[in-house]
Design a protein. Structure first.
Lengths: 321, 245
């Protein structure tokens, strides 16, 4: 059943250009997938490590700027991508060393501060980042000679990376290391007593999360062929966190659903509803009220209840002798 | 070689001296019972031995290795395991997962990011055996949240024993258990082989005294009496402090 649903979802995603109704919607699907990679990367920390980061847009933005700056320096696309990923990993390592001195609210505040520092650098280090005007790329890469210039071809490239990212995160979270990571979320003191190096486990989880955030950042840069300080802003960090919380943290599907919801509201609903921000806010309030665990686990809970109620209803009544 | 040797171990929280120059020597295979009133510093002593808090003074030697400054995570790898007074487990997971996590802690496999944890048969099999050894083999797949308090106590012991410790610290293993559950846990502790040294904090004398080779009485952070069961029970200070005579 689960495999069939996954197969159908993959088939639907692989045929988007056939049924989406134009390049506008194909582009929106690319945005959904990029945001989903970013949200799933953040969920490694939020859902599996219990570490809430409010500075993840900084890592996303560092990768985007890394690619843009490298391209601007005359380096080719693949060199620029490699530099961007290394930059994202280095900055993630620095983030982790500083932020993992604490957990809980302290971790949130340190990541927020670090994210704001990166935003400030992007905004004010004009010689490097071109400030508020941002940096652009003249073209997209053409892997194996295949041009990614069109909406369809870029979508397929994004879909391939999305599948790799989700598979990698699924394998990671179900591995012995993933089990250790969840243990550090639930009982860090016990984990230390058992012999686990809680700090190192969290550090490597940060690196893994930072790597996929970087991949999302590079895709974002190539999708827009432009990056500005807005990509690193606090609002971007809050938005991706909302995707994770709305969809359901600690699940694989939750961040994808959350990303689809936010991107659809921003790009589709905003065409019809003037106050789409208000509508999005109202949806989040409803989710928190009725499905505080997020849309995916909440829906699963309702389906379980419905199935139990149906089975009870179908069972024959006892003979009242 | 002594299993555990503490010398002059002292810890203060601000102005409150919780342990004052504690000396303790536990021989390999020994069953040592530590008794004392609430607030005597017994659990703090365990926390010091585990490295969860750092002593202000003194030294700790475990089977010939000075562990005074050893990071807490390394002590489990040196053969030290403990159970907690307040049960500290993973309630969202199954009993099997809890014990497998304990086994994983001492395996290099814990860094593996691609194997499927639930499908690593050797580890899962060892976890099943550890659960069976405490009489919980039939509940292996049950979520911990759906088990009784007594069963959780046994899971704690299974997790500690699964690591094949050389020194096991048991912090009130009978606390909160029914009479039947106490009997079960007592039988379980009796069955632990002598190559595991045990130090136990316990208030329930009826069950704990039968287990102990030697008893130490703590009072306001000091070891005031140390000896065999009959020596300690007959001691004047024990009667004053613990038996209220």
């Amino acid at each position: 059943m689960k495999r069939a649903a996954q197969g159908l979802a993959l088939l639907a995603l692989a045929t988007v250009p056939l049924w989406a109704g134009g390049s506008f919607y194909v582009n929106i699907m690319s945005q959904v997938l990029i945001s989903a990679i970013f949200a799933a990367a953040l969920d490694v920390l939020v859902g599996y490590a219990g570490l809430i980061s409010l500075g993840h847009a900084g890592l996303f933005g560092v990768a985007a700027y890394g690619a843009a700056i490298a391209l601007g320096a005359g380096i080719g696309h693949f060199g620029a991508i490699a530099i961007a990923l290394v930059a994202a990993l280095v900055v993630t390592a620095i983030f982790a060393v500083l932020a993992l001195r604490t957990t809980g609210i302290g971790f949130i505040m340190i990541t927020l501060a670090l994210g704001q520092i990166l935003w400030g650098l992007a905004y004010r280090w004009i010689d490097l980042t071109n400030g508020d005007n941002g940096l652009s790329a003249a073209s997209r890469p053409a892997p194996f000679g295949l041009s990614l210039a069109s909406a369809d071809s870029f979508y397929f490239a994004t879909l391939i990376l999305f599948c790799i990212a989700i598979a990698a995160i699924a394998i990671f979270t179900r591995s012995p290391f993933g089990a250790s990571l969840r243990g550090t979320r639930d009982q860090p003191r016990r984990m230390t007593a058992l012999g686990y190096d809680v700090w190192a486990i969290r550090f490597f989880a940060c690196l893994f999360s930072g790597f996929w955030s970087g991949v999302a950042g590079i895709l974002f840069f190539y999708y827009n062929q432009f990056v500005s300080p807005h990509a690193l802003a606090l609002s971007a960090s809050a938005e991706v966190l909302l995707m994770v919380i709305a969809g359901g943290s600690g699940t694989l599907l939750g961040p994808i659903v959350g990303a689809a919801l936010v991107v659809a509201m921003k790009n589709v609903a905003s065409a019809y509803i003037e106050r789409w921000n208000f509508t999005l806010g109202a949806i989040f309030v409803l989710i928190v009220l009725f499905m505080p665990e997020g849309l995916v686990p909440g829906t699963a809970r309702l389906l379980r209840r419905g199935s139990i109620a149906l089975r009870r209803g179908a069972a024959p009544a006892e003979n009242p002798r | 070689m002594t299993a555990l040797e503490l010398q002059g171990l002292a810890k203060a929280f601000g102005g409150l001296q919780v342990t004052r120059s504690i000396d303790l020597r536990v021989e390999p295979g020994e069953r040592r019972l530590i008794i004392g009133q609430n607030g005597a510093g017994k659990t703090t002593l365990f926390n010091l031995i585990m490295g969860e808090i750092r002593p202000d003074r003194g030294t700790m030697v475990l089977f010939g290795t000075d562990i005074t400054t050893t990071p807490p995570r390394r002590r489990a790898h040196l053969g030290l395991a403990r159970t907690y007074q307040i049960i500290t487990l993973f309630p969202k997971d199954t009993l099997l997962h809890n014990v497998a996590l304990s086994l994983l802690a001492l395996s290099p496999l814990r860094w593996n990011p691609w194997l499927r944890f639930e499908r690593h048969e050797p580890l899962q099999q060892q976890a099943r055996e550890a659960l069976a050894a405490v009489g919980l083999g039939h509940l292996a797949e049950r979520p911990l949240a759906q088990t009784s308090y007594g069963e959780r106590r046994r899971v704690e012991i299974a997790m500690a024993l699964a690591q094949k410790p050389r020194l096991l610290l048991l912090d009130e293993p009978f606390a909160g258990l029914s009479i039947d559950e106490r009997r079960d846990v007592q039988a379980l502790l009796f069955a632990i082989p002598r190559d595991v040294t045990m130090v136990m904090i316990e208030h329930d004398m009826d069950v704990a005294l039968d287990l102990a080779d030697r008893i130490s009485l703590m009072h306001f952070g000091e070891m005031v009496v140390d000896g065999t069961r009959s020596e300690v029970v007959a001691h004047r200070r024990t009667k004053e402090i613990y038996l209220g005579e």
